[in-house]
Design a protein around this ligand. Structure first.
Ligand code: PEP
Length: 277
């Protein structure tokens, strides 16, 4: 593919380089922009009612963007019942078994039973605060997909790993553990979330994020298939805000966002609109 550089104006007045194949690549890929809101362990019925009302009032870009919100497990059914049907609901985690003596866990089957379609698995907070391994995450992904949930599968390197030049080694290893457990990639979105950017206010630059997304797409092409590589959404997460979303969304291999802190605020609607704005 021929790649001629082209300057693009950004909302903050900066100009960034895009290659001229950007538009045709997006059109050819047919990848729908995807924005997920991870509420983490935040909210109560009052604040959730507030989020539901700004999501209901905001223009969520219709068919252009797929929108998914992930409330804490205890509020999944409440949110599913009150939210617009066009916004999907995800759990933030689930276990690798359907039922049984696993106190405190929720199964993919239960998440489906209350009307939710998605689950986030492998989030860095699960990996690093709760010690989830690639192996466990792989098992959870396999079970969730088998149970009929769609999966937002998260990967990302620590700051020390990036500083030691190990970013690709880490994210490729995490990707391998995911890929070994996926047979139908239509139900999977990969979220690249550098750990040093999550909840820190330090966003990866558009170039840093695009570089890893492009490497991940190449990895998928070589290790899964060129078709899966072309079709799978790779979204970015890590301190995305209404101010930085548009510039990130211009990158050819960034197909959307997983948003933490900003998904609790009305600005989330602007992030959903980042591709079209
Ligand atoms: C996240 O929780 O996945 C996340 C990216 O958080 P934040 O946007 O707050 O960095």
């Amino acid at each position: 593919m021929e790649c001629q550089n082209q300057d693009v104006d950004c909302s903050d007045g900066k100009r960034i380089k895009l290659d001229s194949s950007h538009d045709s690549r997006m059109a050819a890929s047919g990848r729908q922009f995807f924005v997920g809101g991870n509420w983490k362990m935040n909210g109560n019925t009052t604040s959730i009612d507030g989020i539901i009302s700004f999501l209901t009032d905001g223009s969520l870009s219709g068919d252009q963007t797929e929108v998914v919100v992930a409330p804490p497990a205890i509020y999944l059914q409440y949110v599913r019942q009150k939210l617009l049907a066009s916004v999907a609901v995800a759990a933030q985690n689930c276990y690798k078994e359907a039922k049984g003596a696993f106190t405190g866990e929720n199964s993919a089957e239960m998440i489906k039973d209350v009307g939710c379609e998605w689950v986030i698995l492998g989030h860095s907070e699960r990996r690093h605060k709760f010690g989830e391994t690639d192996e466990l995450i792989g098992e959870k992904i396999a079970h969730a997909l088998k149970a009929g949930l769609k999966v937002i599968a998260c990967i990302g390197e620590l700051l020390s790993e990036r500083e030691n030049g190990k970013t690709t080694e880490v994210v490729f290893k995490q990707s391998k553990a995911i890929a070994e457990n996926v047979s139908d990639w239509n139900d999977v979105v990969i979220a690249y979330e550098p750990v040093w950017a999550i909840g820190t206010g330090k966003t990866a630059t558009p170039d840093q994020a695009q570089e890893v997304h492009h490497q991940l797409r190449d990895w998928l092409s070589q290790n899964v298939s060129p078709d899966v590589s072309a079709k799978t959404r790779i979204i970015y997460g890590g301190s995305v805000t209404a101010a930085n979303a548009h510039e990130l969304a211009l990158q050819p291999d960034i197909d959307g966002f997983l948003v933490g802190g900003a998904s609790l605020k009305p600005d989330f609607v602007k992030i959903v609109q980042a591709r079209s704005s």
